[in-house]
Design a binder for this molecule. Structure first.
Ligand code: NAD
Ligand code: TYD
Length: 339
């Protein structure tokens, strides 16, 4: 079995590569990644030592390069993680989100059709469903919840999902889609909530909480996302959407307080800043379908996962210190100075 993993130098893609190399030692994995600001070859250093793994630098929107790779490698399965993934960046510069997330998906699907890939999996997000109100804790996103996007990021992911479904219906394209809630764990880029708060707290810097910090996210340990995708690509039904989440809803402020407590820091570091434009209030996944059809259940509880994650950031300081000392500084200044 040969699998193409796009975006594998990023957070979830790299975790998926490590998960698959261990779980399926007889599989061959090829990672195609453009190494944007979010991609990091150091993340794949250990994978590079495995003879079943190969890294290829390239852009999923580059039709010729993608065709050439598919022609050479003859993939059985394609799992598309490659994307621009940060909502805040999508508010500043939407265009690259449309290009990578929508057109890149189309290029990959066209190549998959031409070279008769047996299964194409689109890694999507619960953000395509928009948000739920805070005063209706009884509501959850199911696969039937209408698409209703809020940010340029979620709109671009939703457009890609619609295109995947259209390819399935029109060309009988063997695709599946998964929509997962917020992930956390090793190799999470330090501009996202959890790693940003860990890095700032360790440096005794202000912890910038948007608005009142009451927005709710449904956190899933990244390895549980990987195990769900593994099940879907092997046993999921073609043409279907699967929601992935572990009923782990937390308000942002509570997540920040847990991190502060684990690190033995002061809550005085919390700084409330101007809210994100169009900020989604609550995400909450109903994972009943993937549980019933594929027997998937998350293995890691938030209390354990956050401890493991904090330990990983403490044990792997060079990885993230290297990132935050570079171009990231400019990004941070632009997004947070005077906010
Ligand atoms: P990330 O930003 O950490 O990584 C994205 C990777 O894609 C990077 O390695 C980057 O270099 C690569 N990339 C970007 N543009 C590319 C292009 N044009 N061609 C080739 N490679 C390109 O993202 P992530 O958090 O790992 O998310 C991976 C996928 O999972 C995304 O599709 C995202 O929408 C989805 N998702 C993420 C979450 C989450 O909580 N992070 C939750 C649900 C779904
Ligand atoms: P983020 O990690 O960007 O993921 P997403 O927007 O895709 O859910 O943000 C998670 C939540 O944390 C979101 O409600 C925005 C909030 N947030 C802050 O309060 N402060 C920050 O500095 C960041 C990056 C996010």
């Amino acid at each position: 079995m040969k699998i193409l993993v796009t975006g594998g130098a990023g957070f979830i893609g790299s975790n998926f590569i490590y998960y698959m190399l261990e779980k399926h030692p007889d599989y061959k994995l090829v990672c195609l990644d453009a190494l944007t600001y979010a991609g990091n070859l150091e993340t794949l250093e250990d994978a590079m030592k495995n003879e079943n793994f190969k890294f290829v630098k390239g852009d999923i929107t580059d039709r010729e390069a993608v065709r050439k790779l598919f022609g050479e490698e003859k993939f059985d399965i394609v799992v598309n993680f490659a994307a621009e993934s940060h909502v805040d960046r999508s508010i500043e510069t939407p265009e690259v989100f449309l290009k990578t997330n929508i057109l890149g998906t189309q290029v990959l699907m066209d190549a998959s059709r031409e070279f008769e890939v047996k299964r194409y999996h689109q890694v999507s997000t619960d953000e395509v469903y928009g948000d739920l109100p805070l005063d209706r804790p009884d509501l959850f996103f199911t696969e039937e919840t209408p698409i209703h996007t809020s940010s340029p990021y979620s709109a671009s992911k939703a457009a890609a999902d619609l295109l995947v479904s259209a390819y399935h219906r029109t060309y009988n394209f063997p695709a599946t889609i998964s929509r997962c809630s917020n992930n956390y764990g090793p190799f999470h880029f330090p501009e996202k909530l959890i790693p940003l708060m860990i890095a700032n707290a360790l440096a005794d810097k202000p912890l910038p909480v948007y608005g009142e910090g009451l927005n709710i996210r449904d956190w899933l340990y990244v390895e549980d996302h990987c195990s769900a995708i593994d099940l879907i690509i092997h046993n999921g039904r073609v043409g279907e959407v699967y929601n992935i989440g572990g009923h782990n809803e937390k308000a942002n402020i509570d997540v920040v307080k847990i991190i502060i407590k684990e690190l033995g820091k002061s809550e005085e570091l919390i700084t409330y800043v101007t809210d994100r434009k169009g900020h989604d209030m609550r995400y909450a996944i109903d994972p009943a379908k993937i549980h019933a059809e594929l027997g998937w259940l998350p293995a890691t509880k938030f209390d354990d996962g956050i401890k493991k994650t904090i330990k990983w950031y403490l044990d792997n300081k060079p990885w993230w210190e290297n990132i935050i000392s570079g171009e990231y500084k400019e990004y941070y200044k632009k997004m947070y100075d005077g906010r």
